[in-house]
Structure formats: structure tokens, C-alpha cells
Design a protein around this ligand. Structure first.
Ligand code: C2O
Ligand code: CU
Length: 476
């Protein structure tokens, strides 16, 4: 009891450096619930909060080339935030003001885009629609984080290349009160190739490689190959999973276990959904709760299963091991997922205008591009105009024979139907995999954040091939 009290008061004192707090609280319970080495092999680095105010999180990020260890003893020179891969975890609470002092020490210009966060347009880091940070320059981002959930950050200049080389990091926004869903682990999934101690291109180069979408043969969980998490049998884990790969889809599964999927891109779903596995397209997030079955001494395999997005570089969506969970003797802490997780009011689409968006191919002068409504970004970019306060229904249609994860900046949306079916469970989304040859309808409301917002395929190679547009939201 005393230990708990100490943990609580240190939690107050240490606020808002939530990361440290989580570690402290965990430390206080270690004797009864967690193996000592629990997530030592794979815990992301935590950002230190420099502002003592309880509702302000102030951090420093520096993009620089640094050596990272993907496998013990084997170093690769990558592009990093703060010298680590993935970039450090930024943790805040719903409603907090986040300030990020960013310095670019890379040899080329960059930005930071806060994927999925509803920030003001001039803080969105959307490449040339915002402030581009030249080599040696600094920029301070400031925004409030309105919604709890699992997010991430990455550059939006030359993004296929910059993300491939290692620029991505997790961002977690906690609710003011979170249900106990077990011991939390954030898993950033990505891939790359390396040769001679450097990040190297994937096999298929040029435009063909871009069509396939570059995939790496080294699969990483929090920047490590096949790391091990250590847990007690019977313990419950809350996994926050982020697909930060530029093209690879992950079909996440834990052998012999069902997962309770509790959250999508932007916070809890209405209700948990029991699944055997779940596909995360590039840019997507999901949260899973799992209670570990098995006996001490057993090892559970966390895998990505076969998923065919049709055109692929690398290995055409084969199954791979991602990490393992080593079960160690002891009693785990078990948590129950509540039957209701969030109340999500459906977006009222009465009177909403409809917009159509076709994700397709365009051939021009013998060269094939990827397009939105026949327009190619960088040539005759598709531009939409919308009014602050408006609600719209977007009818998306993928006329190609391969998947495109559609991402809209700035405004999370609700899926009304996909492939003619309403989703089983309502949730907030910012990235929706448009499966080959399918349609979907989504509803979105533009709140009072005017500006230019990008939308694009999150296979970042496809965005480079033209599948990107701009939504201008203006005061009526
Ligand atoms: Cu995560 Cu415009 O992207
Ligand atoms: Cu695409």
C-alpha cells in the first residue's frame, strides 16, 4: 500500500512526463506483475518533458543521421529523430498543449507531420503547404492534442525516402481517465534494407519499384529485429500497434491467441471486436488487448500473416515472425475489456454534399502515374474547396487492381460503408485501406481549422507517383 502511495505521489510530481511515470508506476508493481526485463529489449525511448506545467508537454526533436542497432552488435547508419529508431515516444494527455522544438541536422529539407492529429493547418508539417525546415534550421511546433489515441509522426518532404531511411516515431495521447487494459506496450512496425552498414534501397528500383511500393527484407518492431517481450502467463497486454512502413502491410497476429481489438486510428472503438488477426495498412494504427495463454517457459510468436495487396515488391506479402513473447514464471496482472469502450455519435450527414474521388492510373507521354480523379500531384494536382463547418460524404473508388490506403490530413472521419457494407463497429479513422477494385463512403466534418490539407495514398511511393491532392478549407 505504501509503495502504491509513493508511486501515486511521484506520478503527480513527475507529471507531465508521462513516459517516466509509466515506467515508475510499472517499477512499483514489478514484484507482483511484470518480469523485470518486461519490455527492455523493445521499449521505445521516451521524450523528456521540459515544461513543468501539468497540461503542457514540451520536447526537443532533432533529425540527424545516426548509427542504430537493429540487431545486437550490428549497426546501421539511418536517418533518425534524436539518434534513435523509431523516433522517441511522445506521450501527452488529451487536451494538452504540445510544443516541439525541432532542429533539422539532415542534409536535406524536412518537416514533421503529426499523423492523425487534428492540429492547425500551419502546424501540420504538410510539406510545401507549410513551413519547410532547411538543413541547419529550427522550427517550433505548437498544438493541442484533442483526442486520445495512438498516433505517429513522420516527415512530409521527400517522404517515401525520408521515412524509409528511419524518420518516424510514435505519439500516444492518453485519455484523462483510461480503463485498465493491462500492461501497455507500443509497437512501431516498419521495414528496411541495409548493406555495408547503410540503409539501402529495396530490390526493385525506379518507377516500377514505386508502383510495387518498396518493401524491406528486415522487419522491425520498435527498430529491432525479432525482439523479445517478457511476460507472465495469464497477464493482459494492451498493444498499441503502428504501421510506419512506407509500403508494407502488416497482418498482425499472435499464434494461438485471439485479440480484442479496442481502438483504431484515433481512439477507442465503440466496442471491442474479437479478431484472429488484423491488417494494418501503412499509416494505420490499431490497439489490441490480449491475455497470454501458455505456461512459463513457452514462447509465443507474434507474426505478420500473408496479405496480398496484389502488386508488391519484396516478398508479395508472405508471413514473417515479428517478435516473440517469452512467458516467465510468475503471476500476471489480468485486466478485463469493458463491453462498451466509447460512445461515438454518428456524423450527421443530412444535407451533406457528396464528393467523388477516384483512385486510378494515368498514362502520360508513355509514363504511368497514379492519380486522383485523373489528376497527378506535381503536374495538375487535384484541389478541392470546402467550407469551415461543412459536412461532406466522400465516395471513394479504387479502380486499380491493387490497394491504396487513403489518408486525409487534419480531419478524422467515419466510414459509412466499404464494399457495400457498413463497418461492424463505429470508430474514428484517418487512414482507410481502399482494397483493390472497391468503393467506400466516408463522412467528414470540417471544424474551424481553415487551411490547405493534403490527402493521399499512404503507400508513400504511390504519393510520389502522383496520388496526392489538396483540400482547401476556408471560412464561408
Ligand atoms: Cu502520415 Cu500525409 O501522412
Ligand atoms: Cu497507393
Amino acid at each position: 500500500m505504501l509503495g502504491l502511495l509513493v508511486a501515486c505521489s511521484s506520478e503527480e510530481a513527475a507529471r507531465p512526463d508521462a513516459g517516466t511515470v509509466a515506467a515508475d508506476a510499472r517499477g512499483a508493481q514489478a514484484a507482483t506483475s511484470l518480469p523485470e526485463a518486461f519490455d527492455k529489449e523493445l521499449a521505445p525511448t521516451l521524450l523528456t518533458d521540459l515544461d513543468p506545467a501539468p497540461d503542457v508537454v514540451e520536447v526537443e526533436l532533432e533529425a540527424r543521421v545516426a548509427d542504430v542497432e537493429l540487431t545486437p552488435g550490428q549497426r546501421v547508419s539511418a536517418w533518425t529523430y534524436n539518434g534513435v529508431l523509431p523516433g522517441p515516444l511522445l506521450r501527452a494527455r488529451e487536451g494538452d498543449l504540445v510544443r516541439v522544438h525541432f532542429t533539422n541536422r539532415l542534409p536535406e529539407a524536412t518537416t514533421i507531420h503529426w499523423h492523425g492529429l487534428e492540429v492547425p493547418a500551419d502546424q501540420d508539417g504538410a510539406g510545401h503547404h507549410g513551413t519547410v525546415i532547411e538543413p541547419g534550421a529550427s522550427f517550433s511546433y505548437a498544438f493541442r492534442v484533442p483526442h486520445a489515441g495512438t498516433y505517429w509522426y513522420h516527415p512530409h518532404v521527400n517522404s517515401a525516402s525520408q521515412v524509409w531511411h528511419g524518420l518516424y516515431g510514435p505519439l500516444v495521447v492518453e485519455a484523462r481517465s483510461e480503463p485498465d487494459l493491462g500492461d501497455e506496450v507500443t509497437l512501431v512496425l516498419s521495414d528496411l534494407n541495409s548493406a555495408n552498414g547503410q540503409v539501402s534501397p529495396s530490390a526493385e528500383q525506379g518507377d516500377l519499384g514505386r508502383f510495387f511500393g518498396h518493401e524491406g527484407s528486415r522487419l522491425l518492431v520498435n527498430g529491432r529485429e525479432l525482439p523479445t517481450l517478457r511476460a507472465h502467463p495469464g497477464s493482459t497486454l494492451r498493444l498499441r500497434v503502428i504501421n510506419a512502413a512506407i509500403s508494407r502491410f502488416f497482418r498482425f497476429a499472435i499464434d494461438g491467441h485471439t485479440l480484442e481489438r479496442v481502438a483504431g486510428d484515433s481512439g477507442f472503438s465503440e466496442r471491442p471486436q474479437r479478431v484472429n488477426d488484423w491488417v494494418l495498412a501503412p499509416g494505420e494504427r490499431s490497439e489490441f488487448v490480449v491475455t497470454l495463454a501458455g505456461a512459463a517457459g513457452e514462447t509465443l510468436h507474434v507474426r505478420t500473416l500473408t496479405y496480398n495487396r496484389f502488386m508488391c515488391g519484396g516478398d508479395c506479402g508472405e508471413a514473417h515472425d515479428l517478435m516473440q513473447i517469452a512467458l516467465e514464471a510468475g503471476t500476471g496482472r489480468t485486466a478485463q475489456v469493458p463491453a462498451e469502450l466509447a460512445s461515438i455519435v454518428p456524423i450527421d450527414i443530412r444535407g451533406a454534399a457528396t464528393r467523388t474521388l477516384e483512385l486510378g492510373e494515368q498514362t502520360r507521354d508513355g509514363k504511368t502515374y497514379l492519380s486522383l480523379n485523373g489528376r497527378v500531384h506535381g503536374q495538375d494536382t487535384l484541389e478541392f474547396d470546402a467550407a469551415v463547418g461543412a459536412t461532406e460524404v466522400w465516395e471513394l473508388k479504387n479502380t486499380t487492381e491493387y490497394d491504396h490506403p487513403f489518408h486525409l490530413h487534419g480531419f478524422r472521419f467515419q466510414v459509412l460503408e466499404q464494399g457495400g457494407r457498413a463497418p461492424a463497429i463505429r470508430e474514428w479513422t484517418d487512414t482507410l485501406d481502399m482494397v483493390a477494385k472497391t468503393t467506400a463512403r466516408i463522412a467528414v466534418r470540417y471544424d474551424d481549422r481553415p487551411g490547405a490539407w493534403m490527402f493521399h495514398c499512404h503507400i508513400l511511393d504511390h504519393a510520389d507517383l502522383g496520388m496526392m491532392g489538396v483540400l482547401h478549407v476556408a471560412k464561408p
